[in-house]
Design a protein around this ligand. Structure first.
Ligand code: CTP
Ligand code: MG
Length: 197
């Protein structure tokens, strides 16, 4: 029998399960936006002098390669910090939603860590003799998460553990490769990137 009481119970359960998904999803974006933005901005605005100034490592291959430039590094980090400042301002606009509280330190570490992770990944890519832009699954997708979380772990571990709860971590690990792939396809379509990965 479909009694009103049962009907309400169905919606209670339904809403709880929806909250379990949507709230960590919003929290994950809130945490990761300052780390997600630097890469596409570097791809858009980067270029010019390479970070390694064109020099080779002792194995005779480039240290980082032409895909890592000073302009990309600085504009990317700046963009990540700016979107972080925007989140700090916007947080006050959603009273009642349990959002992680971004600080100047957390957004700086997220943005810087994202591109340092990308840089370290390129260092190892060159050591494995992979050309600039070569596809390197897993490393290409999670470099920014590893870099950002490592910097936070060293310089602001209390913030990291408070903001990145287990459900938020799971969501980040699921959405990061999806977003990475999606933005790279868009970047390729608009000819910002030479390859769709
Ligand atoms: N970029 C940059 N400076 C950075 C990071 C990125 O200028 N610090 C720009 C480069 O034009 C680069 C593009 O963003 O080609 C895409 O970045 P990414 O995919 O990380 O570099 P790849 O060219 O794929 O090089 P790699 O093989 O070293 O990852
Ligand atoms: Mg690449």
């Amino acid at each position: 029998m479909f009694t009103p009481a049962l009907y309400y119970r169905y919606w209670d359960v339904h809403n709880i399960s929806l909250d379990l998904l949507i709230i960590p999803l919003i929290q994950a974006f809130w945490v990761m936006l300052p780390a997600y933005l630097p890469n596409p901005v570097a791809a858009l605005l980067g270029g010019g002098t390479p970070i390694d100034f064109g020099r080779n490592f002792r194995d005779g291959r480039r240290i980082f390669g032409d895909g890592k430039t000073w302009r990309g590094l600085f504009t990317g980090i700046l963009a990540g910090i700016l979107v972080g400042l925007l989140l700090m301002w916007a947080a006050g606009q959603f009273p009642g939603v349990p959002l992680p509280v971004q600080t100047l330190l957390s957004v700086t570490l997220l943005a810087t860590g994202a591109l340092l992770g990308d840089l370290v990944k390129s260092f190892f890519k060159r050591r494995f003799d992979k050309e600039r832009g070569a596809n390197w699954p897993v490393a290409d997708q999670y470099d920014l998460v590893a870099g950002a979380f490592l910097l936070l772990l060293v310089f602001d571990p209390v913030w990291l553990l408070g903001a990145v709860t287990l459900p938020v971590l799971v969501v980040i690990l699921v959405i990061t490769p999806v977003l990475h792939r999606a933005t790279n396809i868009v970047g390729y379509m608009f000819r910002i990137k030479e390859v769709p990965w």
